[in-house]
Design a protein. Structure first.
Length: 231
């Protein structure tokens, strides 16, 4: 069955989330001051990322909602019991700096351009449609994707098969006609394969391993993996 469409992850796949988050939090700490208990900005940044990963996993598992994971990240990072409004305000100030640092990876637009005529395109993200639709529009690529499907509204997250199948249904295609590319080997690539899609792991950091997965080091390698369907 030929591949007719590519489903894309967004954060750390086409959008440099890690870089933007790091720059944004650095700027935020310049204005807010280094919280008690941190010996350096580097230590604070490392802890913020670890806290983010842990609470995002709770959200993906259905243990909290989207806003709840944001508030819990702030409370744990600051080691303070904050009211919801206080946590929301602190996070909103961080978001101002984070959004100012938004950018696509340099290989994202060239890959989308090469694949534009041969394939249909959509997005499947474990975030919310409010965040990701706005992000894609700000970055100037929303019109590249027929459908944007997000876990918050869908009620099921990657790597659950239901998330991948819902995105395929949004494109009116069978899973075997769709490739999924993302930066996480288990959540993205392995999850896609288990759901019947072609799963592609974008290993930008060169972690390697996982020989059972199709792996690329950059999006410039993606077109070589996909053969357009004949009309």
């Amino acid at each position: 069955m030929p591949i007719r469409a590519v489903l894309w992850d967004i954060d750390d796949t086409i959008f440099d989330y890690t870089g933007a988050d790091r720059i944004g939090m650095s700027k935020h700490l310049e204005h807010e001051g280094l919280p008690d208990g941190y010996g350096s900005v580097e230590q604070a940044l490392f802890t913020w990322r670890a806290i983010t990963d842990a609470h995002w996993a709770r959200f993906a598992a259905g243990e909290t909602d989207f806003q709840g994971q944001r508030r819990d990240r702030v409370r744990e990072f600051l080691s303070r019991a904050l009211e919801d409004e206080e946590a929301d305000a602190w996070f909103a100030r961080h978001v101002t700096h984070y959004e100012a640092a938004w950018s696509l990876f340099p290989d994202a637009l060239p890959a989308l351009d090469v694949l534009a005529n041969g394939f249909r395109h959509g997005v499947l993200s474990n975030s919310s449609i409010h965040n990701q639709d706005r992000k894609l529009r700000t970055l100037g690529v929303r019109d590249r994707f027929e459908a944007v499907v997000c876990a918050v509204e869908l009620g099921v997250s990657k790597p659950e098969a239901g998330a991948f199948h819902a995105a395929c249904e949004a494109l009116a295609l069978e899973p075997g006609e769709v490739a999924y590319v993302g930066d996480e080997p288990d959540i993205d690539a392995a999850g896609a394969v288990a759901a019947g899609l072609m799963g592609i792991w974008l290993d930008r950091g060169g972690r390697g391993g996982r020989p059972e997965l199709v792996r690329i080091g950059g999006l410039d390698q993606l077109p070589g993996l996909l053969v357009p369907a004949r009309p």
